[in-house]
Write a new protein. Structure first.
Length: 244
């Protein structure tokens, strides 16, 4: 092999090696962590212009709380409705693996949402599939599995709990009756025969199931209870004013 040919072969090999290293870097957990952070920042801000190019046209996103599958257009439409205050999404424990032309990414997502004066934190295990498109990666498939974490209860006496007893309007014709039963506060909604025991997790916040949702009672300057705000793991926020 001539001298110039050997140099050319060496340059080709070096170029291939650099290309492989670049591909490995772009598909690394750190690189996908950055992509996921950008994805969730756009979702939190309702920035569909920034979100659109990150998603494949044939995206299928499975909603963790319901199992419903949504398309790209449905996902963008939902993301356009900005929550106030906006949630914060933290991504960690990212792992990635490439198979052929696709990248499989697993990670943990922690959602932080304000529910009245309290913060509701829910955690999910996520699995995402990315495919290359015009020199970048686009999200093709995404699923979430809720990681149920029991809330830490506290003990409140009857004097501290009594102000919360009352009727709260969830929606027109739909009322939540918070009352005493078997030594605990119980919330029974219209049409239900069995209520949910409200487990205190702070002096004004309660969990109706001990795991996911949270009810935070709100007071005025005199301490009178005005109503409550309820947050759910899927991001829904419900306000229920207290009835006279």
């Amino acid at each position: 092999m001539g001298h110039h040919l050997r140099i050319l072969v060496a340059l080709v090999i070096a170029t291939i090696g650099q290309s492989g290293a670049l591909q490995a870097q772009e598909a690394s957990p750190i690189a996908f962590r950055r992509r996921l952070d950008a994805l969730y920042q756009a979702i939190a801000q309702g920035d569909t212009a920034a979100l659109d190019p990150q998603l494949s046209d044939d995206l299928r996103w499975v909603v963790g709380a319901t199992g419903n599958e949504v398309t790209k257009s449905q996902f963008l439409s939902a993301a356009a409705h900005v929550q106030n205050p906006a949630p914060r999404f933290d991504v960690d424990s990212v792992r990635s693996h490439t198979i052929g032309a696709v990248a499989l990414v697993e990670y943990i997502r922690s959602d932080h949402r304000s529910v009245g004066a309290a913060e509701l934190i829910t955690r999910w295990r996520a699995f995402a599939v990315f495919a290359p498109h015009e020199g970048t990666w686009r999200l093709v498939r995404h699923t979430l599995t809720w990681l149920a974490v029991p809330l830490a209860p506290i003990t409140l006496d009857s004097v501290a709990l009594q102000p919360f007893v009352g009727r709260y309007q969830i929606a027109p014709g739909y009322v939540d009756d918070v009352h005493w039963a078997t030594g605990s506060l119980v919330a029974t909604a219209s049409g239900q025969s069995t209520g949910a025991r409200l487990i205190p997790v702070s002096t004004s916040a309660f969990s109706p199931d001990g795991v996911g949702a949270m009810i935070v009672f709100e007071r005025d300057a005199t301490g009178r209870v005005l109503g409550y705000v309820q947050g759910y793991p899927d991001g829904r926020i419900v306000r229920a004013p207290r009835l006279p």
